[in-house]
Design a protein around this ligand. Structure first.
Ligand code: FES
Length: 653
């Protein structure tokens, strides 16, 4: 063919197009990622490209003069009003006239967002449920008696192939003034759900809206609530924030909250109100931190365990406290944010809640499955997401099993004498010299170890605030390796160990990590009570994993993925010394960071992922730990450090 050849970089996609084809059209046909909000009207400038003059040889294209059409009046107008960077053209205006290589700069390719995790990176294809559409609306006319909404609908149909829209009264009440203010040009935020053909108008702005569009991915945990404010156009996380779950005052763990609801008439309603309040506060704070108007937040995705799920929805969780642990619904849910009293974000914002797997295995576990994809794994992977409740998944391509296990909040630093959340000031890593029994440690917010030059005691005194989950896990494992703690978890005395770090506390002993009381700082110890709390937590975790292994008929797994609030920081060696996870080569243990949070972000950024996880959840085999007698057996045996009967040959290496 004599049609000009076009090569796009960096994708390398190429094709021939008739002279006069706009670059944007060519890009669309080749599936090249080139953005556009205004549909090629020369208004949004999202479609900027750089024709790569002078770089042709390496792509096997011979440059031709006037490979693109001349600068046109639309580009000139844009240039006069706002200016285009040197060498840039608007892809919707520039037409292909000859062979050419066209570079799409990063800011014009927004349809991918890499989620970075400690060990791996996962690419999210940006295709959120809510997107911006710029349209030119036909002006109102005496002779054509249609309403403004119908004319907006027609414009969306003709200009964007949106078959059908609907909206609510609150939007309708401002529609006319917005349309006129924009001189019959408007931008609408349209929400297209994966299981509904009609699109919903969530917001409308006069002219081209350039203020962005945002969504919240929320991991609603029993102890902490973590939110990521995400730009729905680029996928970028613009702010992350976390707060304590205020329901803690009704009970530290899930079952005590269920009992609170059972014992106190209206108790469930109190807990629902308190978490919804906190979500409003969180939304307000995170929007402020990012410097955006909360009304620009048009979507929220929640992942949570079943009890939090019911309490968020305003459903009494009492059935979840007793066999057969029936959920009100296990399906995914879509609703208006205002149904959940989320009043700070856009009044028409939508909420999506991932499906639950079973009465004890919630949407948080589904989110982990979405993020880690055990069902696509070639080898047998054990994924543990550690929070107040541990979500455990075991599987490969052939079959995935899931359970949850009540670890309690010790791994999050709660119920630990000097425990705290992983935040600046928390000791998150510790080593104990096996000979001198002296500790060295590191504090979040500082790169220095306590024995390094520059680490000063005054800062130590004022800077250290406690010890977080990964810190306490390392401390217990290090105490065991230094011979200061026996297999049953008993801390030795100063006499027995020969270390002055061992201090008597009543009938038990504690290990002194640091004492900064003379500088006004804290005194941080690991007490016998701390060890017991960690033993209970780790036994529950291990027993859950073993139960899944029994069910699958294996006594070994190929690899382990640690996820959860501290998943990124935890040392695999210490986790195994403690016996949190089954024996596996240490290099086969990886961290996934907050996998549930990542799953929430994926569902927020890609609407097809919602359909995907709904399908995957249907295929996961649920294992109920609470009624399984073998769970108790495994739990008791796992109390020893690392374990009473199971061998740990990899640790001996
Ligand atoms: Fe909007 Fe080109 S697509 S300016």
């Amino acid at each position: 063919s004599n049609d000009p050849l076009v090569v796009f970089t960096p994708s390398g996609k190429r094709g021939r197009f008739p002279k006069g084809t706009p670059v944007l059209t060519a890009a669309r046909q080749l599936g090249v990622d080139l953005d556009s909000v205004c549909g090629g009207r020369g208004i949004c400038s999202k479609c900027q490209i750089t024709p790569g003059y002078g770089e042709f040889s390496k792509h096997g294209v011979t440059v031709q003069d006037r490979a693109l059409s001349e600068w046109n009046s639309v580009e000139q107008r844009y240039q006069d009003k706002r200016g285009l960077k040197a060498g840039r053209r608007l892809g919707c205006q520039a037409q292909i006239m000859g062979d050419v290589v066209i570079d799409v700069p990063p800011e014009s390719q927004v349809h991918k967002q890499v989620v970075r995790k400690a060990a791996s990176a996962r690419v999210i294809e940006m295709d959120p449920a809510t997107k911006l559409y710029f349209v030119e609306v036909e002006e109102a006319d005496m002779h054509e008696p249609t309403g403004d909404l119908e004319r907006v609908a027609r414009a969306l149909r003709e200009q964007w192939e949106i078959p059908e829209i609907h909206t609510d009264l609150s939007l309708l009440s401002k529609l006319q003034s917005v349309v006129r203010k924009g001189k019959y040009q408007v931008t609408v935020a349209l929400h297209k759900s994966h299981n509904d053909t009609s699109a919903r108008v969530l917001e409308i702005w006069p002219g081209l809206h350039e203020g962005g569009l945002y969504g919240l991915a929320i991991d609603l945990g029993s102890t902490t609530v973590a939110a990521h404010l995400t730009n729905l156009e680029t996928g970028e996380v613009v702010a992350s924030s976390g707060i304590m779950n205020p329901q803690i005052r009704f009970g530290e763990d899930l079952m005590s909250r269920v009992s609170y609801a059972m014992m106190n008439p209206g108790g469930d309603k109190e807990m629902t109100a308190s978490v919804r309040d906190a979500l409003n506060t969180l939304a307000e704070e995170i929007a402020k931190e990012a410097g955006i108007a909360p009304a620009l937040i048009v979507e929220t995705v929640f992942v949570c365990n079943p009890v939090m799920h019911h309490l968020l929805l305003g459903i009494d969780p009492v059935e979840l406290g007793q066999a057969p642990f029936a959920l009100a619904t296990s399906g995914s849910l879509s609703m208006d944010a205002k149904e959940l009293d989320l009043s700070v974000i856009n009044p028409r914002a939508r909420v999506y809640i991932l499906p639950c797997i079973a009465g004890h295995v919630g949407a948080d576990a589904a989110a982990v499955a979405l993020s880690e994809e055990p069902g696509k794994s070639e080898d047998l992977v054990l994924i543990v997401d550690v929070g107040t409740n541990a979500e455990i998944l075991l599987g490969d391509k052939t079959r995935v099993l899931a359970c949850s296990s009540p670890t309690g909040p010790a791994f999050e630093g709660a119920q630990i004498s000097s425990g705290q959340r992983a935040a600046p000031g928390a000791i998150d890593a510790i080593r104990i010299d096996p000979v001198t029994k002296e500790p060295r440690f590191r504090v979040i917010g500082s790169d220095l170890w306590s024995d390094e030059e520059g680490f000063d005691a005054a800062t130590e005194g004022s800077g250290i605030t406690g010890i977080c989950g990964s810190g306490i896990i390392e401390a217990v494992a290090e105490l065991r390796m230094a011979g200061l703690l026996d297999e049953s978890g008993l801390i030795g005395s100063a006499e027995a160990t020969g270390s002055a770090r061992m201090i008597a506390e009543g009938r038990t002993h504690a290990y002194l990590i640091c004492d900064a009381t003379d500088q006004g700082g804290p005194r941080i110890t690991v007490t016998q009570g701390d060890i017991r709390a960690i033993q209970l937590a780790k036994s529950a975790l291990y027993a859950g994993a073993r139960l899944l292994m029994d069910e699958r008929g294996v006594d070994k797994v190929d690899r382990v993925v640690l996820a959860g609030a501290f998943g990124a920081h935890i040392s695999s060696k210490h986790a195994m010394v403690l016996g949190m996870i089954p024996d596996v080569p240490l290099d086969k243990v990886t961290s996934a960071g907050n996998a549930a949070g990542t799953g929430a972000r994926i569902a927020l950024c890609n609407v097809a992922a919602r359909a995907e996880i709904e399908r995957v959840v249907g295929q996961i085999t649920k294992v109920e730990t609470a009624i399984e007698p073998k769970f108790q057996e495994h739990f008791v045996a796992a109390n020893a450090i690392p374990h009473k009967t199971d061998p740990f040959p990899e640790l001996a290496k």
